[in-house]
Design a protein around this ligand. Structure first.
Ligand code: HEM
Ligand SMILES: CC(C)=CCC/C(C)=C/CC/C(C)=C/COP(=O)(O)OP(=O)(O)O
Length: 291
């Protein structure tokens, strides 16, 4: 029999720390590529803490709001709430407290713009994606994916006090990245979503259409990742990395479209995570080494 996780581990798992690691990487890395130059370490520290807590709070509320869905899916049924180890209202209270604490930290030690943008990401995820779109439309991921695109805006605003067209380009990259990232996993977990009556694209439109749309969004994402260089945000080193990473991403998407196997979907899902991390690393390297 599997060992029961400790209470602390259970509470931490409500906040989905794996996902937050990548959200925070895009937040902090975005602080290093603004016209303001190198951010002070103290500012990076507080943005990291505030951003981490805000995303933790959002995920905890998501675990409370999705308890009826999570209990019906194999992937999520062993989480602390569906398995009865933590009362659902604990997740709600934890999520609200963490969100409020994060807002206070960002407003006090970073700036109001970063605090408000982070709070907007929290509400976008909790209300627009989780409570509304996830349960009602197969476009849930496309529109709801906007939530996950807020972290670079938070980082940019933390470093500069506001937003520019360049920060919106960073938003757009994650916006177009999200559908291939998630639909690869949704293809593998299609039966789970059907059982829980969640209208994910593979359930509603079938796997063929989902694979076609994965390729479409991958191409759009690749095109958008090229734009920063002609728009003089980054140089040729970034462009070379963006093209290389984008070509690998597209190859995985095309292989999935052609073969349609579960291993092909896993490969795309896993590479999507590495891709986003490396793309933001490429942005920072381009700025720091080649500016
Ligand atoms: C609405 C948009 C998104 C949806 C619906 C989504 C959905 C998912 C799902 C269902 C998983 C599997 C989690 C699990 O097995 O417990 C996952 C994993 C992951 N996602 Fe996303 N995702 C989205 C956006 C993002 C964004 C914007 C990021 C980061 C920038 C991200 C980073 C990750 C990471 C790092 C994992 C692996 C987590 C782990 O293995 O611990 N996701 N995503
Ligand atoms: C600035 C800021 C705080 C932004 C918030 C961004 C945020 C929390 C994005 C999370 C995206 C995500 C992992 C969605 C999965 O939800 P799901 O309910 O489909 O996944 P599940 O089935 O694994 O629960």
């Amino acid at each position: 029999m599997a060992k029961k996780p400790s209470k602390l581990k259970d509470y931490i798992s409500l906040t989905k720390p794996g996902v937050i690691t990548l959200l925070i990487l895009t937040t902090v890395a975005s602080m290093y590529i603004t016209p303001a130059g190198m951010p002070p370490l103290q500012l990076v520290f507080w943005t990291f803490v505030g951003g981490w807590l805000m995303a933790s709070g959002a995920h905890a509320v998501n675990c409370w709001a999705d308890q009826d869905i999570d209990i019906n899916m194999g992937r999520t049924s062993r989480r602390p709430i569906p398995s009865g180890r933590i009362p659902a209202w604990h997740a709600l209270v934890l999520g609200i407290v963490l969100g409020a604490l994060a807002f206070a930290i960002l407003a006090a030690f970073v700036n109001l713009a970063a605090a408000l943008l982070s709070l907007a990401g929290y509400f976008y995820y909790v209300l627009i994606y989780t409570r509304w779109l996830k349960r009602t439309t197969p476009s849930n991921i496309v529109i709801g994916g906007g939530a996950g695109a807020f972290p670079p805006l938070v980082g940019w605003a933390a470093a500069t006090g506001g937003l520019t067209w360049a920060s919106l380009l960073l938003f757009a990259i994650i916006f177009y990245w999200t559908p291939p990232h998630f639909w690869a996993l949704a293809l593998i977990r299609e039966k789970d979503y059907a059982r829980a009556s969640v209208p994910m694209l593979p359930v509603v439109a079938g796997s063929g259409e989902t694979k076609r749309q994965i390729v479409l969004y991958t191409v759009l994402m690749l095109l958008i990742t090229i734009l920063p260089t002609p728009l003089r945000l980054f140089g040729l080193a970034y462009l070379a990395m963006a093209l290389l990473l984008g070509a690998i991403f597209l190859r995985y998407a095309l292989l999935l479209w052609r073969d349609g196997t579960v291993p092909a979907a896993w490969a795309l899902y896993k590479f999507s995570l590495l891709y986003l991390a490396l793309l933001w690393v490429a942005m920072v390297l381009d700025r720091v080494l080649f500016a």
